[in-house]
Design a protein around this ligand. Structure first.
Ligand SMILES: [Zn+2]
Ligand SMILES: [Zn+2]
Length: 184
C-alpha cells in the first residue's frame, strides 16, 4: 500500500475504521479520503446516532476549504461537488478516475446529518421503527399477520408493490396512525 498524503496538509494519511468501512484520515486537519462507494454507504447507513454525528462535526469542522486540491492518488486536480447540508455551503472534492472523495474535517459527519434530515430518510426510519415495534408485540403481530392473510392478492406484475402498500396501510391501522389510502 503506497502512502497517501493529505491534499491540504501534505502529512501522511492514517487508516481508520469508520462505521465498519476503511477510510484514510488526516491526523492534522481531520479530513477524510474515502472510496466513493464507501462514501455512499457511510452516508446512507444510520450507524452513528445524531448526537455522535453532531459531536464529530463540531470537533472536526474548520470550514469548507475553497482552494483547489490534487488527488492524493493520481495527483490530478479534484473537482468540487456540493455537499447537501441544509444551512451550509459545503463541497467535497472528487477524483472520478480514482473513485475517491475528499471531505474536509467534520464534513463526513455533516454529510450524514444532511442525508438524515431529508424527508425520504426520515420516512424509512419511521417505517423501520414501526416494524420493529410490531415485531416486539406478539398480539399485534398476530393480528397483523391474520389481517394480511385475509387480503386478496392478485398474481400480477404489480402484486409485490401492491402487497407492500397493503403492509404499509395495515401498519398505519395497527399503530393507530392517521390512515392514508395508499393506492392514489
Ligand atoms: Zn490534513
Ligand atoms: Zn485520482
Amino acid at each position: 500500500m503506497i502512502n497517501r498524503h493529505c491534499p491540504v496538509c501534505h502529512v501522511p494519511l492514517e487508516p481508520e475504521d469508520y462505521e465498519g468501512f476503511r477510510v484514510l484520515r488526516c491526523p492534522d486537519c481531520a479530513g477524510h479520503l474515502v472510496d466513493l462507494t464507501r462514501y455512499e454507504s457511510i452516508k446512507r447507513l444510520p450507524r452513528k446516532t445524531l448526537p455522535e454525528l453532531e459531536a464529530e462535526a463540531r470537533d472536526g469542522f474548520q470550514g469548507d476549504n475553497p482552494e483547489p486540491i490534487r488527488c492524493p492518488r493520481c495527483h490530478l486536480a479534484m473537482q468540487k461537488r456540493p455537499l447537501h447540508v441544509p444551512g451550509f455551503d459545503l463541497h467535497m472534492d472528487l477524483c472520478r478516475p480514482c473513485s475517491l472523495a475528499w471531505l474536509d474535517g467534520g464534513e463526513l459527519a455533516m454529510a450524514q446529518l444532511g442525508h438524515q434530515s431529508t424527508p425520504g430518510f426520515q420516512d424509512r426510519q419511521t417505517h423501520r421503527e414501526r416494524a420493529e415495534a410490531l415485531e416486539a408485540d406478539p398480539d399485534r403481530k398476530a393480528a397483523f399477520d391474520e389481517a394480511l392473510s385475509n387480503m386478496p392478492l392478485e398474481k400480477d406484475p404489480f402484486s409485490q408493490g401492491l402487497k407492500e402498500s397493503i403492509v404499509d396501510a395495515l401498519q398505519h391501522i395497527l399503530f393507530r396512525l392517521p390512515f392514508r389510502f395508499p393506492f392514489r
